[in-house]
Ligand binder design. Structure first.
Ligand code: HAM
Length: 419
C-alpha cells in the first residue's frame, strides 16, 4: 500500500508530463485568443453545492462523490466537475458586476468514484470554459467553436460533434410526462435508482448505465419531439451558426448529459478511437444554475474536456510523442578548485537562460563526458587547474567535434551568440 497510489489515480512525469504541458500550453493560448480568463477554485467545496448544482438524482451525486466530514463535522466534497465551483465563485466574487458576458476557463483535477478503465479515472483532469450572462445562440456557438478549435490545434480530426436540445423547463415538463407515459408499463424492469428517478427526474433514466434500463429507453420519445417554439428557434439558430462557421455536427437526441443543470443546447465531442469512454468533451447551456445557487437568473453555457481522454485521442491519431533530452552545455571539472569554478559558471549560464549541467558525483573525466553525451549536451567543456590559471578553456561542439578556445569570463556571451 505504501508504494502504491490509490486505484484510479496516476503519477504524471517524464514524456507523458511533457505531453501534458504541451497540451496545457495549447489550451492557455487558445483561451487567450478567445478571450477567456483563468479561474482557480478550491479542490473541495461544501457538499450542498454539488447536490444542488449537479443534481440530487444524478449518478455523480448519488454514487460517485468523494464526500467526507472535516474536523468540525462539515460535509465536504472533492469537486467532481468544474462548473459548480466556477458558478459559486462567479456569485461570491460578484463577477456579474463586471463587463458581460463573463468568460472563464479552468484546468482542474476532478474526482469521481467510478470503476476505473481506459479513459476513466477516479482523479482525472478537466479543461473547461464557462460563458455567463448571455442567452444568445451566438454564445452557444462560440463555446462550441472553442472546443472545435482546441481539437484542431492539438491535431485531431476524427472526433465528431453531437448536438441536441433539452429545451427549457416548459418543454422538460411536457417531455417528462411523455417519457413517464412511455416508461410506466416497464417500471418493474427498471433498476432501483431509476424507479426512484421515474417520479423525481425521469430524464435521468435515459442516462442510466444499467443494461436493462438502457434497453427499455432505447426507443423512448426524444425531447426534440416536444420542443416549444422559443427553444426550437434557439436550436435552429445554433445550427445555422455552426453551418455558417463550417463546423460539422450530428443531431443526436441521445445526448442527454449526466448532470441536471442543462437547458436547451447540449453537446458532446465523441471519439471512436479510444474504447468505451469516447466522450472527450461534454457541455451545454445551463440557464437555471446561477439562480439555483442563489443568484439572479443568469443564462450560461460551457463545456469540459477530459484531459486524460484528450491525450488518448491525440496519441491514437498521431502516435505517442517523445521528447528528447537536450542541454546546451556540460561543464566538467578535474580537481576541487575546478569543481567550484565549473558550478559557478553553470549558475551564470543558467541565469542567462542557457541550459547547463555539471558533475554531481565526482566522476572521472571519461565518465563525465559519457554523461554529457547522455544528456544530449550540444557543447562541453572540461576545466582543470591550467584552465583556471589561464582563464581560458576549450569549448567542444559535441556534434561536429569542432573545438575553440573561450575566455571563461566571456563564456556566457559566447554561448548566447552561438546557440
Ligand atoms: P461531464 O460530461 O460530466 O461534464 O465531464 C466532462 C468530461 O470530463 C467528459 O466528457 C470526460 O471527457 C471527462 N470525464 C468525466 N468523468 C471522467 C472520469 N471518471 N475519468 C476521466 N475523464 C472523465 C461536466 O463535468 C460539466 N461540468 C461540463 C460543463 C461545463 N458543462 C457546462 N460547463
Amino acid at each position: 500500500m505504501l508504494t502504491k497510489a490509490p486505484r484510479g489515480t496516476k503519477d504524471l512525469f517524464g514524456d507523458e508530463m511533457n505531453a501534458w504541458l504541451e497540451m496545457e500550453k495549447i489550451i492557455r493560448d487558445l483561451c487567450k485568443d478567445f478571450g477567456y480568463g483563468e479561474i482557480r477554485t478550491p479542490v473541495f467545496e461544501h457538499t450542498e453545492l454539488f447536490q444542488r448544482g449537479v443534481g440530487e438524482t444524478t449518478d455523480i451525486v448519488q454514487k460517485e462523490m468523494y464526500t467526507f466530514q472535516d474536523k468540525k463535522g462539515r460535509s465536504i466534497t472533492l469537486k467532481p466537475e468544474g462548473t459548480a465551483g466556477a458558478v459559486r465563485a462567479y456569485l461570491e466574487q460578484k463577477l456579474y458586476a463586471g463587463i458581460q458576458p463573463t468568460r472563464l476557463y479552468y484546468i482542474t483535477p476532478a474526482f469521481r468514484y467510478e470503476k476505473p478503465q481506459a479513459g476513466r479515472m477516479r482523479q482525472f483532469h478537466q479543461f473547461g470554459i464557462e460563458l455567463l450572462g448571455s442567452d444568445s445562440p451566438t454564445a452557444d456557438a462560440e463555446v462550441i467553436t472553442v472546443a472545435y478549435e482546441l481539437l484542431k490545434r492539438v491535431g485531431i480530426s476524427k472526433v465528431k460533434l453531437h448536438i441536441n436540445s433539452l429545451g427549457g423547463p416548459e418543454c422538460r415538463k411536457k417531455y417528462n410526462e411523455k417519457l413517464k407515459e412511455y416508461l410506466k408499463d416497464n417500471l418493474d424492469h427498471l433498476c432501483e435508482t431509476c424507479r426512484d428517478r421515474f417520479e423525481r427526474n425521469p430524464l435521468r433514466i435515459l442516462d442510466c448505465k444499467t443494461e436493462s434500463c438502457k434497453k427499455i429507453v432505447s426507443d423512448a420519445p426524444t425531447v426534440l419531439d416536444v420542443l416549444g417554439d422559443e427553444c426550437r428557434a434557439h436550436f435552429e439558430k445554433v445550427k445555422a451558426l455552426l453551418d455558417e462557421m463550417g463546423i460539422p455536427y450530428i443531431i443526436d437526441p441521445g445526448i442527454v448529459r449526466g448532470l441536471d443543470y442543462y437547458t436547451k443546447t447540449v453537446f458532446e465531442f465523441i471519439s471512436t478511437d479510444i474504447g468505451a469512454q469516447g466522450t472527450i468533451c461534454g457541455g451545454g447551456r445551463y440557464n437555471n444554475l446561477v439562480e439555483e445557487l442563489g443568484g439572479q437568473p443568469t443564462p450560461a453555457v460551457g463545456f469540459a474536456v477530459g484531459l486524460e481522454r484528450l491525450l488518448l485521442v491525440i496519441e491514437a491519431e498521431n502516435g505517442k510523442k517523445t521528447y528528447p533530452v537536450t542541454k546546451d552545455i556540460f561543464i566538467g571539472s578535474i580537481g576541487d578548485a575546478a569543481l567550484l569554478k565549473a558550478h559557478s559558471l553553470i549558475y551564470q549560464l543558467r541565469q542567462a537562460g542557457v541550459t547547463a549541467e555539471g558533475d554531481h558525483f565526482n566522476k572521472s573525466v571519461k565518465a563525465q563526458m559519457k554523461y554529457a553525451d547522455k544528456i544530449g549536451a550540444k557543447y562541453s567543456m572540461i576545466i582543470g587547474d591550467d584552465e583556471i590559471n589561464n582563464g581560458k578553456a576549450i569549448l567542444k561542439n559535441m556534434e561536429t567535434k569542432e573545438e575553440r578556445e573561450v575566455h571563461l569570463d566571456e563564456l556566457v556571451t559566447t554561448m548566447k551568440s552561438i546557440l
